[in-house]
Design a protein around this ligand. Sequence first.
Ligand SMILES: NC(=O)c1ccc[n+]([C@@H]2O[C@H](COP(=O)([O-])OP(=O)(O)OC[C@H]3O[C@@H](n4cnc5c(N)ncnc54)[C@H](OP(=O)(O)O)[C@@H]3O)[C@@H](O)[C@H]2O)c1
Length: 233
Amino acid sequence: MAEGAVVVIGGTSGMGREVAAFYAGQGRDVVISGRDAQRAQAVATEIGGRTVGIGLELAEPEEIGTRLRGVDRVQHLVIAAIDRDENTARDYDVKRAIRLATLKLVGYTEVVHVLHDRMGESSSVVMFGGLAKDRPYPGSTTVTTVNGGISTMVHTLAVELAPIRVNAIHPAIVGDSPYWRDKPEAVLEAFRSRTPLGRLVCMRDVVDAVAFLLENPSVTGVNLPVDGGWLLM
Ligand SMILES: NC(=O)c1ccc[n+]([C@@H]2O[C@H](COP(=O)([O-])OP(=O)(O)OC[C@H]3O[C@@H](n4cnc5c(N)ncnc54)[C@H](OP(=O)(O)O)[C@@H]3O)[C@@H](O)[C@H]2O)c1
């Protein structure tokens, strides 16, 4: 039996929100976070069920413990938050780079640090990386670096926190996510034509894969690409 809530950090939008809605639909206690507590609570009300919203800024990791004080027992933890930068080595915005590196590498880890002793033996963590780690594009310097960091972070956390399981998911471009869905059709088609399946990943596929990683008792330390075969071409 599940003991504790499903906590989704970065659950007010995109794939985090879809994961939260999936578990809320199963009657589970769900906690979602965004940067602003009021907005997070408004989204939690939209999701419905037993969902509550909290405010938490991952780029200020010293505050994370305080922000998570109200969270009780945790069955599953999903960390999906992102505040993207577009950074190149030639035109480098140090502040943006520090912010994203802190958010994903220190902020994600601090959330796990704060919540791990509220988790049980059957609990698990899924962190979001992304295939920019393998398929860089101009401007992805920080995004590529931090998503690469996620792929090694899950290895150490899976060892340190066992029997709590820790895995990462690395989607390719998710065509119906808020970040991509309004991009020009020509841009999306260029990606679509480079996948064996001839279709972009959709948020439902990602939710399905997250649930697999969260629930399967034999899977830990795994970096799962969800990419329609993109890496093969
Ligand atoms: N979309 C894709 O195609 C794609 C592809 C590969 C990988 N990914 C990865 O998948 C994950 C989810 O992406 P998405 O596109 O679904 O996300 P999204 O729609 O952009 O949502 C981002 C979430 O992060 C929260 N957030 C933003 N900045 C934050 C900060 N500084 N501190 C705490 N929370 C913050 C946002 O909350 P508020 O706005 O309410 O503050 C929101 O809930 C990300 O880690 C991303 O790198 C996405």
